[in-house]
Write a protein that binds this ligand. Structure first.
Ligand SMILES: NC(=O)c1ccc[n+]([C@@H]2O[C@H](COP(=O)([O-])OP(=O)(O)OC[C@H]3O[C@@H](n4cnc5c(N)ncnc54)[C@H](OP(=O)(O)O)[C@@H]3O)[C@@H](O)[C@H]2O)c1
Length: 302
């Protein structure tokens, strides 16, 4: 879906990240049908000081299928075990969420993973996931969250805080639309309504540019710092060394209150636009697992 990804540039970006102390990497079994995990594994395979998150597709819902998938993930990553294994999206509505959580727990028991979490779970599904746990805590819910998609603020983030669960933000730059990105018309971008909506939002971009100018930061740095100001961990899609360098500069940065307030105001309309219910990948819940698998194969990823 990110059509022009250049392996050489990714290798350089990962190596530069390690040099700069950024050691947390996020991947999934369906990214490039294993290519992302294999590439990452070939770069960081025998390095100890890294933290790797990977995800099992939501079309897998039997405990044993999840365990088998975790085994294959760790082989592709060339690791003894995955640091954090997530359920990539909730299973179809008729399936039992507890089976998924027990499958993740079994993967930990087998030594294929060290901890477990979920992704794209609404606050009520997150509660169910926590209820299902028998031995291990749900460590995280990874959800779409950015200045251009703020719905998680309404229920997921407050509930996760009460449950002591870390929220991770995917597409924190709205696939580059919030940064000075190349804006290539790649399928990953064009299929994301959030990208399409914010790419032409002059009002938000004007405020972002003003804040960036005053703080001498880039728009990407401001957008990511805004996420950090909400107590959420951004998972940024970086494939160029210069973007890694920009990110490393704001690891400890705290955005001033006036900037957070300006950005809150300029992006408030997205709470109305996208509504109160968390929707990304939500349509997958109405599709039987085997249809999801066929669809994902047809489009070459999610
Ligand atoms: N759990 C899930 O369901 C789920 C779904 C989607 C993504 N994710 C995870 O979240 C990660 C990030 O999401 P994403 O890749 O969709 O979106 P993103 O991080 O919002 O945007 C990525 C794009 O932003 C641009 N960019 C990055 N750093 C930049 C900088 N410093 N300056 C300017 N542009 C910059 C890059 O564009 P160019 O490379 O074109 O310059 C990059 O392709 C993914 O890699 C994946 O690990 C998880």
């Amino acid at each position: 879906m990110w059509s022009a990804t250049d392996e050489g540039s990714v290798r350089e970006a990962v190596s530069r990240a390690l040099e700069l102390g950024l050691n947390h990497f996020d991947t999934a079994e369906i990214y490039g049908w294993g290519r992302s995990e294999r590439l990452l594994g070939s770069i960081i395979g025998n390095i100890d000081e890294v933290f790797i998150v990977s995800k099992v597709g939501g079309f897998r819902r039997s405990e044993n299928d999840i365990v088998k998938a975790a085994k294959r993930i760790r082989e592709r990553l060339r690791r003894d075990s995955i640091d954090l294994l997530l359920s990539h999206w909730p299973p179809p509505f008729y399936a039992d969420i507890c089976r998924v959580i027990h499958g993740l727990e079994k993967a930990v028991d087998k030594g294929y993973a060290r901890s477990i979490g979920v992704s794209n779970y609404s606050s009520s599904l997150l509660e169910k996931a926590v209820y299902c746990t028998r031995k291990y805590e749900v460590k995280t819910d990874q959800v779409q969250y950015s200045l251009a998609y703020r719905t998680p603020e309404l229920a997921i983030i407050p509930r996760a805080k009460e449950l002591n669960i870390t929220v991770m933000a995917w597409s924190p730059l709205a696939k580059g639309a919030l940064a000075a990105s190349t804006r290539r018309r790649e399928p990953a971008r064009m299929s994301d309504p959030v990208y399409r909506k914010v790419a032409n939002d002059k009002c938000l971009h004007t405020v972002l540019e003003r804040v960036s100018r005053e703080l001498k930061l880039t728009k990407a740095q401001v957008s990511i710092s805004w996420i950090q100001s909400k107590g959420v961990e951004p998972v940024v899609g970086v494939r160029k060394p210069k973007h890694v360098e920009e990110l490393s500069e704001i690891q400890e940065y705290v955005l001033p209150d006036w900037a957070v307030q300006s950005l809150d105001g300029a992006s408030r309309r997205y709470l109305d636009i996208w509504g109160e219910t968390y929707k990304p990948l939500g349509k997958m819940r109405v599709l039987p697992g085997f249809i999801q698998l066929v669809l994902i194969k047809l489009i070459g990823g999610v």
